[in-house]
Design a protein around this ligand. Sequence first.
Ligand code: ZN
Length: 298
Amino acid sequence: MKIKFWGVRGSIATPGESTTRYGGNTSCTELHLDDDNLLILDAGTGIRNLGNALAERNGRVKAYILITHPHWDHIQGFPFFKPAFVEGNEITIIGPEARGVTLAELIAEQMNKIYFPVKLSELQARINFMPLKEDTVKVFDAKVTSFFVNHPGFTLGYRISYGGKSLAYISDNEPYTRETASLFSNGEPDVLKLFENYDGDPNKRVIDAIRGADVLIHDSTYTPEQYADHIGWGHSHYLHTLKVAAEAGVKKLFLFHYDPVMDDDSLDEVMDRCRKEMKRQNYGFTLEAAKEGKEFEF
Ligand SMILES: [Zn+2]
């Protein structure tokens, strides 16, 4: 498998001089199982550049886009994804539905003529929808397992297994403790119940789903100090991210989905603090920060 990051930011795109090294586009990661089989993890603003790169390669595009949830930073780039405008291409969007809103409606509504000049039904590529809850499905020759994470609405994490390797992708996820559970007021009650009813540490629900993965890409929105003011917003601080990676026994962790206030220098400092923590705790995995343009093969 080969991944390439096209957008690593959470919430809103943050272009400008202070974010050039890590990147300012919102969530989008390209995943090639092999040369022909393309999966795309989320359709934040980063998907625009990916689409342009695919258009330059000039072949027919058959791809699956795995959406974690329909917040803007995960779908807003889709209307600018060039391959969707080309006849003969086929794009299948996989993702959760909201209560009372289908997956197709979630994508179509942001292309309602009030917000965007081209409607979903006017795209030339064939667009399919595959709504998902917690399940395991086949995508090309990969096994894709989805599981709910602790984030407002129905938000999925994914584990993609192929050729004896696996990638876990959790873009948005907050530590769940029974003491702070009352503060998750934006959470979907059905999802919160799954955490509440999990035996022992509720975070094990996510950790068990990604156990032993070769690569984990995980929400690392805040510092622990910032998190103290953002409990219930649905995101992790880096100490929790490191702990999830260690307890799940993954081989490699990419920090991901940075808060818009985190400029390049702040993220350098986060990496320094993470390396110190890993030494202190004797964590065994390798650590990198996701950066726009970074590729990794495993
Ligand atoms: Zn997000």
